[in-house]
Design a protein around this ligand. Structure first.
Ligand code: GTP
Ligand code: ZN
Length: 366
């Protein structure tokens, strides 16, 4: 298939996923389109960089999320960035398999996953080099991005501020570099940031910016767009009921030929329980733990603890170690909730003990 340049401008990749062939063969009348907005009432899809259209979705995607058999889990419904097949320009008939998915656990009493963006190639983890600079937060974001299928890239903003500490920035960049994650320091307001990020914004690439409030995501978005976002983002569109609403566009074609997904969910990321703490940027600590005298060392007061020894020698940052324990605990707790949800869905009783994903436990490793 020779995709129209319009589709490429919204992230269509040359070389179509073989799994898509089957879906397309099953719906020969349908055309691919990308989800650019997700609302309670339905979806807005686009087939090019212009305006999107509101479309009907499959009835099972509209049913409230519950624990009854047959309901579609939130992560199995389309999200911004998904490719779908649309018939007659108005009806979604299929969701095409994803190459990546950025998910988090939704806040609330019941375990629920929230798909933030799909088919993302690169996730820029944005953190300011000002007073808000926080390596622990970067570690959290990296953990969530690393199992998603998207490549993480750390973007340290506010490098131009007088308060930005160049030594701290260098140390942070070096630590991140050791994890094999690229990191760049930029002034998000300076057009030179476009050049700095260009290796990850090639034509057809889809990127997202994740990071806490005030980190510079909007500023960077404006700079990458080369225009004032506020003037471009608020576009009038029809919602699913045909009303005109001024909405926030969630998928933005960039001048470079890449596109940027901008959704509000990017500020706070909680583990879903599917993360692998060992692969999620803590390989160094896992390697040390393997040297501890006791297989089940908790790295507390046990003799022969290689982790504590590395901290004592100044080779491992204690804050980083504590964060590893904290995030590992969060992943283990979420993983337990995920396991009981799966059991609920299958109509079975939850297992008496959820599979452990605690740090140091290598049984769950891929
Ligand atoms: N000097 C300087 N200021 C920056 C830079 N990046 C962001 N800022 C400023 O920091 C403030 C917050 O930036 P935003 O882009 O609004 O941050 P955000 O991540 O979009 O925040 P939320 O929308 O709350 O998620 C703004 O006043 C920006 O002008 C930078 O690299 N250099
Ligand atoms: Zn130990």
């Amino acid at each position: 298939m020779n995709p129209a340049p319009d589709l490429q401008a919204i992230g269509w990749r040359a070389g179509i996923d073989p799994r898509w062939q089957d879906a397309m063969a099953a719906h020969p009348q349908a055309r691919p389109a990308r989800v650019v907005e997700q609302h309670r009432s339905g979806y807005v899809v686009a087939t090019g960089p212009g305006d999107g259209v509101a479309v009907e979705s499959l009835p099972e995607w509209q049913r409230p999320v519950g624990y009854r058999k047959g309901t579609v889990a939130p992560e199995d419904r389309p999200a911004v960035g998904d490719w779908v097949l649309v018939e007659d320009g108005k009806r979604i008939v299929a969701l095409l398999p994803r190459r990546s998915a950025i998910k988090r656990a939704a806040a609330g009493e019941h375990y629920r996953q929230q798909l933030i963006a799909a088919n993302v190639d690169v996730a820029f983890v944005v953190c300011g080099l000002d007073g808000d600079f926080n390596p622990r937060r970067i570690e959290r974001y990296l953990l969530l991005v690393q199992g998603s299928g998207a490549q993480p890239v750390v973007v340290l903003t506010k490098a131009d501020l007088p308060g930005a500490d160049p030594a701290a920035a260098r140390a942070a960049l070096a630590a991140i570099g050791e994890l094999g994650v690229p990191a760049v320091a930029v002034n998000a307001r300076d057009p030179a940031a476009v050049q700095a990020l260009s290796p990850w914004l090639r034509p057809g690439d889809t990127a997202v910016l994740v990071g806490s409030s005030g980190a510079g995501k909007s500023t960077l978005t404006n700079t990458l767009l080369g225009v004032d976002r506020m003037k471009t983002a608020a576009v009038r569109e029809h919602d699913a009921r045909g009303r005109h609403t001024t909405t926030h566009r969630a998928l933005l074609p960039l001048p470079s030929g890449a596109c940027l997904i901008d959704t509000p969910g990017m500020r706070e990321l909680k583990p879903t329980g599917e993360e692998e703490i060992a692969d999620g940027g803590f390989a160094d600590i896992e390697a040390l733990a393997a040297e501890c005298r006791f297989r089940d060392c908790a790295h507390g007061r046990e003799p022969g603890c290689a982790v504590r020894a590395a901290i004592a020698r100044g080779e491992l940052d204690e804050g980083r170690f504590l964060n590893y324990l904290k995030l590992g605990g969060e992943v283990a707790a979420a993983s337990g909730r995920l396991a009981s949800r799966l059991a609920d869905r299958q109509g079975a009783k939850p297992p008496p003990r959820a599979p452990s994903k605690r740090p140091g436990d290598r049984t769950g490793k891929r």
